[in-house]
Ligand binder design. Structure first.
Ligand SMILES: O=C(O)c1ccccc1NCC(=O)[C@H](O)[C@H](O)COP(=O)(O)O
Length: 207
């Protein structure tokens, strides 16, 4: 079984990017959603992305963007993957010259198989708890909404932290986990000790 990939999302400070990389994160998420307290300017994102060594993926998170917004970011920030976290259709996500993942906002009644079928070209499906304001809310959801043998690369997120991530990985065996609030001391301020404990939890479950 491959090791579980780890994405840390919503970083805003160089020291947090360095810490996440040194502690073993596989991917770093940059938020381009202006209402978010974790949102970055293009200049700031370019500065942070430049800190990433090879084989650590820079992910750009967007919520219902207009196409020009994405292009403006891509002209300056070397993103390798796009994350669509709003109500985007397959057509909205395609055609930006980058692979993408699509977030499903999970709550009772969401059919993940149907959702997945409506995004056939996404590299993976990220599952997050439904929250007002779209995401990064630190809220878990009912993991039984994820069907067994889902069949697509699954990125598990939503309220993960050092206390629950090992159980989540053992139970669901996702391709990757994604965390923001659970490794923060304040919105957009990451805590190296919490990142370390989170990554340790994932690795313990990987065995
Ligand atoms: O971080 C935000 O502020 C944000 C805003 C709008 C949409 C998504 C957002 N964040 C998503 C993430 O940080 C992660 O992909 C994931 O949902 C984990 O969030 P958390 O529950 O805080 O660990």
């Amino acid at each position: 079984m491959p090791r579980t990939r780890i994405k840390i999302c919503g970083l805003t400070r160089p020291q947090d990017v360095r810490a996440a990389v040194e502690l073993g994160a596989d991917a770093i998420g940059f938020v381009f959603y202006p209402p978010s307290p974790r949102a970055l300017s293009i200049d700031r994102a370019a500065e942070l992305a430049a800190l990433l060594p090879p084989f650590v993926t820079a992910v750009g998170l967007f919520v219902n963007p207009v196409r020009e917004e994405i292009q403006a970011v891509l002209e300056r920030v070397p993103l390798q993957l796009l994350q669509f976290h709003g109500d985007e259709s397959e057509a909205d996500c395609a055609g930006h010259g980058r692979p993408w993942i699509k977030a499903a906002r999970m709550r009772p009644g969401v059919d993940l198989v149907e959702f997945s079928a409506s995004h056939p070209h996404a590299s993976g499906i990220l599952v997050d708890a439904f929250v007002e304001g779209y995401g990064g809310g630190g809220k878990t959801f009912d993991w039984s909404l994820i069907p067994e043998g889902f069949g697509r690369p699954l990125v598990l997120s939503g309220g993960l932290d050092a206390d629950n991530v090992a159980e989540a990985v053992r139970r669901l065996r996702p391709w990757a986990v994604d965390v923001s609030s659970g490794v923060e001391s304040g919105k957009g301020i990451k805590d190296a000790a919490r990142i370390a404990a989170f990554i340790d939890g994932v690795r313990q479950a990987d065995g």
